[in-house]
Ligand binder design. Structure first.
Ligand SMILES: [Zn+2]
Ligand SMILES: [Zn+2]
Length: 349
């Protein structure tokens, strides 16, 4: 099969023939129809990300959808030809967290594209597939499916399950990239008022198109002050979709008393996983701080039904479709924090 292979960190991916994936008894072979290119792929490509340094050579890509090509002998829920989406935080289905419905924090978690070969290829193998695949509803196409493969579903979990965003609340979303734009669309669909915050005016314009009622350019304005003014006191929820000190701090500082901060973005190499928080302010104003990681498979049916009924439209975030040869250009743009919206590979030949 053809694949875009990471042979050496920070070097262009090599698009070449490699051996086909091998089928296990509990796995399926997936024929890729669409794979999104995510900032997490870029982090892994750099090879400097705490905890997520893939073994080389490696095939990245974790925002996957396609059709089932072959099933292992123990597979009960899927057959050849099924249209599926692949959740990227995959659980064993048996640990206490999986049993409680929280497979995104499984004790034995695996992640396609990180802990095993992913979807920058014509085919890939999904292990433990009965527990870690979802069938796509009729009305949801592959492009939309891959557009919700990681950033969208991560945003869905962050907004709904962790942020518990309610109708009428003010939600300030920091970073108008894939996660931030997704969170903007989702929080808007739920009935919240979204303020998008970024340093790029073109990204803020795009955020308005997917539902933001106001925007703040944090390069030109003091974001917490601007948000407190817009909301007459502060936002109820702040979401840091980026994971840098400034955005995390601004998200906490823009909140009203008893506000909830949701941290989705992870730190880059330079921060080494550590950041400063305004502790006294958080204590005295009773600010909540929640981490949010991926999405458990238990929350997929609800999200997929909202997409099927067009209440959510992840396809609207897709700005580019490319071939396997086009991934390097996307990584280059990510290095420079350029590039608008979501890019999806749809040509694997
Ligand atoms: Zn991702
Ligand atoms: Zn588990």
């Amino acid at each position: 099969m053809k694949a875009a292979v990471l042979d050496k960190f920070k070097e262009p991916l090599a698009v070449k023939e490699v051996s086909d994936p091998e089928l296990t008894s509990d796995g399926i072979i997936l024929k890729l129809k669409a794979t999104g290119v995510c900032r997490s792929d870029w982090h892994a490509w750099e090879g400097e990300w705490n905890g997520f340094i893939p073994p080389l050579p490696h095939i990245l890509g974790h925002e996957m959808s396609g059709t089932v090509e072959e099933v292992g002998k123990d597979i009960k829920n899927f057959k050849k030809g099924d249209r599926v989406i692949v959740p990227f935080t995959q659980g064993d289905g048996t640990c206490p967290h999986c049993l409680a419905g929280h497979s995104n924090v499984c004790n034995h978690q695996v992640m396609p594209g990180f802990t095993y070969n992913g979807g920058f290829a014509q085919y890939t193998h999904i292990p433990n597939a009965d527990r870690n695949l979802m069938k796509l509803p009729e009305g949801v196409d592959f492009l939309e499916a891959s557009a919700m493969g990681c950033r969208f579903m991560t945003a869905f979990h962050g907004v709904t399950s962790r942020g518990k965003v309610a109708p009428g609340e003010w939600v300030a979303i920091f970073g108008a990239g894939g996660v931030g734009l997704s969170a903007t669309q989702i929080a808007t669909a739920i009935g919240a008022n979204v303020i998008a915050v970024d340093i790029a005016d073109d990204k803020l314009e795009f955020a308005k198109k997917v539902g933001a009622v106001a925007t703040v350019n944090s390069k030109k304005e003091n974001a917490p002050e601007a948000i407190k003014e817009l909301t007459h006191g502060g936002a109820q929820v702040g979401i840091d979709a980026l994971g840098i000190q400034a955005t995390m701090l601004n998200s906490v500082l823009c909140l009203d008393k008893r506000g909830r901060h949701v941290q989705i973005g992870m730190t880059s190499f330079g921060d080494g996983g550590m950041m400063n928080i305004p502790l006294n302010e958080m204590v005295s104003r009773e600010i909540q701080f929640s981490g949010s990681f991926g999405m458990p498979i238990s929350e997929y049916p609800g999200m997929l039904q909202m997409v099927e009924k067009k209440r959510l439209q992840p396809g609207k975030l897709v700005k580019n479709t490319i071939s396997l040869n086009g991934i390097d250009k996307v990584f280059h743009d990510m290095t420079n924090f350029a590039g608008l919206g979501v890019t999806v590979i749809t040509d694997f030949d």
